[in-house]
Design a protein around this ligand. Structure first.
Ligand code: PMP
Ligand code: GLN
Length: 385
């Protein structure tokens, strides 16, 4: 293994899901729903497969039906107009979109600012691109019980070597949803310092308080923003690995240059199904949000009763906690490695998402995209700790 990748080891999600299987534990670690997405969308995939649609290599940029549906979705939800031919690219999940964007846009030695805690593939992809990651830490705020971005710290992180800001809103693992004011300030900074923004918005539909605002919609941002979305979270088909990029033509062309040599194409029949999914009525998206809001409330209340300090997520399907009030183990790694034996539950230690280890040491993330009875059972087990 080369030096660029050596520090990353095995992704925590694989490690923890394997631990869940091995110990027969309830898996609140890796973020995937335990109920599949809409039956009609599964049927659409079966129909495409049977009709022979997408069983051979689909077009490199993605099938036209899906690119049009993605463009229509950005227009319908956010009033953002993208040309399906030159400004939309279908990828193998958001994961490939992140990798391809960083490989295409970062020169060796460039600095990439990422909000910390950061989704684990960001660090690995910045490293593969030869870039240097510059984390800007979100801090727990005692008044609101949420994690917040300090805009002065963000501004101070920009240097003459900064190439881009890698954003993530709604934010995994903290559940923070960046506000209009925060996004306006980030946009102003990007324009002033002539930076690109790559923004991971895979949880765009999972917002329980406030609203999701795409950073591409702020003044001056349309031309300098690469927006990343995914069907995995929005339609509960994480195994299909259908993601996408929307951006100005030169940026999409750059991302495509990298993408063509990573997977070339993927998910043929699923692309047809996701094109239908994106056209589901608003009631689908409202229903998903309402369902997950109830689950957030259930798990948050249960974790509080069990003795955890809970940071209230405004979005995503994760809740970050602090284990120190439990009065025992204060190291998240040790806590999560012992948890299956102690009570049959798996969670993720947030320290994996940090350079500043101390900031994440006592923090542990639980996923609530699970059936209500599963969440209730997990809470009962955690109360027995
Ligand atoms: N970004 C974030 C913030 C995520 O949490 C995830 C996990 N699903 C991804 C990207 C990857 O998305 P996909 O499964 O579409 O590759
Ligand atoms: N995004 C999911 C999470 O944060 C995991 C995806 C993966 O396993 N790579 O849990």
């Amino acid at each position: 293994l080369n030096r660029r990748l050596a520090e990353f080891g095995t992704t925590i999600f694989a490690e923890m899901s394997a631990l869940a299987v091995r110990t027969g534990s309830i898996n609140l670690g890796q973020g995937f729903p335990d109920t599949d997405g809409p039956e009609e969308i599964r049927e659409a995939a079966v129909r495409a497969l049977r009709a022979g649609h997408g069983n051979q290599y689909p077009p490199g940029p993605g099938i036209p039906e899906l690119r049009t549906a993605i463009a229509d979705h950005q227009q319908r939800r956010y009033g953002l107009a993208y040309d399906p031919d030159s400004e939309v690219l279908v990828t193998a999940g958001a994961t490939e979109a992140i990798a391809a964007a960083l490989l295409a846009l970062v020169e060796p030695g460039d600095e990439v600012i990422a909000l910390e805690p950061y989704y684990d593939s960001y660090a690995a992809c910045i490293a593969m691109a030869g870039g240097t990651r510059v984390p800007v830490t979100l801090h727990p705020d005692a008044d609101s019980g949420t994690y917040r971005l300090d805009l002065d710290e963000l501004r101070a992180a920009v240097t003459s070597r900064t190439r881009l800001i890698l954003l993530n809103t709604p934010h995994n693992p903290t559940g923070t949803v960046l506000t209009r004011e925060e996004l306006a300030a980030i946009a102003a900074l990007a324009c002033e310092r002539d930076l690109l923004v790559v923004t991971d918005e895979v949880y765009e539909h999972l917002v329980f308080e406030g609203t999701h605002l795409p950073v591409a919609g702020f003044p001056g941002m349309r031309e300098r923003t690469v927006t990343i979305g995914s069907a995995g979270k929005t339609f509960s088909f994480t195994g299909w690995k259908v993601g996408w990029v929307t951006a100005a033509p030169e940026l999409v062309a750059a991302v495509r240059s990298a993408k063509q040599f990573l997977t070339y194409v993927s998910a043929g029949p699923f692309q047809y199904a996701v094109a239908e999914a994106l056209r589901l009525p608003d009631s689908y998206f409202d229903g998903l949000r309402a369902d997950l809001r109830a689950k957030r409330d259930l798990l948050s209340a249960g974790l509080t009763e069990a003795g955890f300090e809970v940071y209230r997520p405004a979005g995503t399907y994760f809740v970050t906690t602090d284990i120190r009030p439990l009065g025992g183990e204060t190291d998240g790694f040790a806590f999560c490695r012992a948890l299956p034996e102690r009570c049959g539950v798996v969670a993720i230690p947030n320290a994996v998402f940090y350079d500043h280890q101390e900031a994440g040491r006592s923090k542990v993330r639980f996923a609530f995209c699970k059936r209500e009875d599963v969440l209730r059972e997990a809470v009962a087990r955690l109360k027995g700790l």
